[in-house]
Design a protein around this ligand. Structure first.
Ligand code: ADP
Ligand code: ZN
Length: 734
């Protein structure tokens, strides 16, 4: 059929498909194949979405694809369905969705099974006296020794870059002397064989058995929320259900938060299921990710585990999707394609007609409301499995027991007694950096970022001020930029807490875990390992410490600076604060020793505390739901946030005024439009940021409005002066 027109998704920010003609020779590429196409003056990788008999474009204007990359589809019909849904629901250009759904190498047009560059040591290299070489050229010696240790198969050059960052310079003379060689091979395929048998888990308790019966009711679509306190055995339930599915020869897709996808979780899955999981997360190289992706697609991997973007992994024979720590924010992408992997997991399960299990100790109000409405099954595990008791929770009034460098006497005494009893302590702070701000005691001047409406954060170790929003760095000042007086850090960051703890407990080991201290590869694994084996007496950290870890000896959790969420402006403040506190508190006393949680607050009489302490997360969430119903916030209404940023304030605001006018013309009674207003951070990296909030009790109405609005705004000349985006179901508003 020479008249076939190809409908192609191209990775550009336009909400449409593009028409192309197939190459002159050969059959037209099938749906799901990648092609290279001319686009303007550039060439882009595109994906065939379908075929049409003709085009609305005049024949002379339709261009021909340059090249067909795949002989058979890399994206199957089932994944295309998810991609289409994602593009429709998030009102995001399909080409960009396709691109987000593919591993980087495929996006770049590489082969599905690309060759990789391997480095090997030659016979001559093996015969070389490495020590002599190393005295003259240490880098060369190091590389040669590394390759010698690696043996005959050699080392993947991409991996090598992580171990020996500047290896290429050292390699040059070694190549010239014939001591090492380069070979191109096809990347090894994934093999799920582990070489040891699956271990059996503990016998399930009554609650777990009831829950399992519910989960086993059906192998068709159903969403199941496992609402279980930390340590209640949610993971044991997942494992049992995963085993069912894997034994049938079907595949399980597990999504975990970025921070929750720890080596602990992976090794537990490995041990208990007796197979190697295909892993997809940021710690893996592009080749490794593609290998895992291919294994999921071919069915060679029955267990696929990954973070957010793994939701798009193709599955040959899917049987079950699991979303661990459903409440975690990392499931929502906050830039570009702003999708929620948690929500897409439910959509995908429905499309595939398989069950999806979502687990959390602190479920989101969205999920709880779905359960109330009867859409999802609500499975409760109210007590800890294996006999561990829930921790006792106590408030420390910082007005009466003042905090010195963030630590009150009461907390310090508790740390001493828990450590004396052989326990471990965790001090939790909801922030990073040494001290959030640098303030001048004389004139009150606060160090601010020149490009953002944000205060700079003090990083004492590196003696720097950093902007956590745009990344700007400048040296730490000792004198005020305004009046010249001495300035001092205000408030406590994790570094400052760490130092305060070291000073107070000089004989004890203190380990800090936050995104600053964990930047080096492997640092996190090592620190967690130390903590798990009880070698760290005191752990200090941020959210990173609150996710899913199991520290057997940990008995005390101290929460300092808990007050920030009490007076938050976001309607989600209470939910979030309760989630953080309950999650981190859940680290205490997970084994036989009872746990204790101390919360430092300057407002012990605030009603939030009594609700949380007496009624737990269940009570907080029930009250928050009632309040949201009254105030008409999600999950009782739906939101979409349109953001615009520009170098000129008026450009940003004007664009949203325009959007508002268009929206008002189309809107029905269900729609409420708030704004446009300046964003909470009104300026970031030199751009003014504004936002327009659309709220509706009728989801369909909101979406049909957005469906018209998006392409219309793309056409607006004013759109060229701004960066703008639509965020459907936003989780950060204010
Ligand atoms: P969660 O995922 O809810 O935090 P886990 O499944 O990790 O809970 O279980 C917490 C701890 O309790 C683990 O050490 C686990 O092995 C143990 N555990 C879970 N279920 C049981 C059970 N039925 N009997 C004994 N120990 C159990
Ligand atoms: Zn900045």
């Amino acid at each position: 059929m020479s008249s076939t027109v190809l409908k192609i998704a191209v990775n550009v920010p336009l909400s449409r498909e593009f028409d192309y003609l197939p190459p002159k020779r050969g059959a037209p590429p099938a749906t799901g194949c990648r092609v290279r196409v001319p686009f303007g003056r550039r060439h882009e990788i595109g994906l065939v979405l379908g075929h049409a008999a003709d085009s609305s474009l005049p024949a002379a204007k339709i261009r021909r694809v340059d090249e067909v990359i795949d002989t058979s589809p890399v994206v199957a019909a089932a994944e295309l369905r998810l991609i289409r849904f994602t593009s429709d629901y998030y009102h995001h250009p399909i080409g960009e969705v396709v691109s987000a759904a593919m591993p980087a190498l495929l996006r770049q047009g590489k082969a599905l099974h690309p060759t990789v560059e391997m480095l090997v040591i030659t016979d001559l290299g093996e015969a070389t006296d490495i020590e002599t070489l190393a005295t003259r050229a240490p880098r060369q010696g190091e590389l040669l020794e590394y390759l010698l240790d690696a043996g005959g198969n050699g080392v993947d050059a991409e991996r090598l870059g992580e171990e020996l960052p500047n290896w290429r310079r050292a390699a040059k003379p070694l190549f010239d002397k014939g001591l090492i060689a380069r070979i191109e091979t096809r990347a090894a395929d994934f093999d799920e064989t582990l070489g040891c048998d699956a271990q059996t888990g503990p016998a399930l308790n009554d609650d777990q058995r009831d829950a399992l019966a519910t989960l086993r009711c059906s192998d068709s679509f159903g969403a199941y929320l496992i609402d279980g306190v930390t340590g209640s055995g949610k993971t044991e339930l997942y494992l049992t259900r995963m085993q069912d599915v894997i034994n049938r020869g079907q595949q399980v897709l597990v999504l975990a938060p970025e921070i929750g996808l720890t080596p602990q979780l992976v090794s537990r899955l490995r041990q208990r299921l007796g197979i190697q999981p295909a892993l997809l997360h940021s710690g893996r190289t592009d080749v490794e990710r593609l290998t895992a992706w291919r294994a999921a697609r071919s069915g060679a991997a029955r267990l696929v585990v990954g973070t957010r973007s793994a939701i798009f992994t193709p599955l040959k024979n899917p049987g079950l999707i699991i979303v661990d720590e459903e409440h975690d924010h990392s499931f929502k992408q906050q830039e570009g394609l702003r999708y929620s992997a948690r929500d897409l997991a439910i959509v995908r399960a429905k499309q595939l007609d398989i069950p999806v299990i979502l687990g959390s100790a602190t479920p989101t109000l969205e999920m709880l409301q779905h359960c109330r409405g009867g859409n999802y099954r609500h499975i409760r595990l109210p007590v800890r499995a294996g006999g561990a008791r829930p921790p006792s929770v106590r408030l420390v009034d910082t007005m009466r027991s003042p905090a010195r460098d963030g630590i009150s006497e009461t907390l310090a005494t508790a740390i001493t007694s828990h450590l004396d009893a052989g326990g471990q302590a965790l001090v939790f702070l909801n922030r990073r950096g040494f001290a959030p701000t640098l303030i001048c005691a004389a004139c009150g001047h606060i160090a601010e970022c020149g490009r953002c409406d944000s205060r700079l954060t003090v990083h004492a170790r590196s003696r720097e001020l950093r902007c956590h929003h745009c990344g700007a760095v400048r040296p730490l000042e000792t004198r005020c930029g305004e009046c010249g007086e001495t300035v001092k850090p205000l408030g406590e960051g994790t570094q400052r807490l760490e130092e305060a703890l070291r000073t107070r407990f000089p004989e004890k080991s203190v380990t800090r875990i936050d995104s600053d201290s964990m930047q080096q590869k492997g640092a996190m694994i090592e620190a967690l390992d130390r903590a798990t084996h009880g070698h760290a007496d005191i752990l200090v950290g941020t959210q990173m410490l609150s996710k899913g870890h199991h520290f057997p000896k940990l008995t005390l959790v101290g929460i300092v600076n808990a007050d920030q969420g009490l007076f938050g402006t976001d309607f989600r403040s209470a939910e979030r604060m309760a989630q953080s506190i309950v999650q981190v508190a859940g680290r205490a006393g997970r084994e036989s020793r009872p746990g204790e949680v101390l919360i430092q607050t300057a407002f012990p009489d605030h009603p939030f505390w009594s609700t949380l302490i007496d009624g737990g997360y269940e009570k907080v969430s029930a009250e928050a739901l009632a309040e949201r119903e009254l105030t008409r916030w999600p999950p009782f209404t739906r939101l979409a946030l349109i953001r615009a940023a520009a170098h000129r304030h008026n450009d940003a605001l004007g664009f949203l005024e325009l959007a508002k006018n268009r929206a008002m013309r189309k809107a029905d009674d269900s729609l409420r439009i708030l704004g446009p207003v300046d964003a909470p951070m009104a300026r970031k990296a030199g751009r003014y940021r504004t936002q327009l909030l659309l709220q509706s009790s009728d989801r369909q109405a909101l979406h049909s409005l957005l469906r018209e609005l998006r392409p219309a705004l793309e056409e607006e000349p004013a759109a060229r002066k701004v960066r703008w985006s639509i965020d459907v179901d936003p989780i950060e508003l204010f």
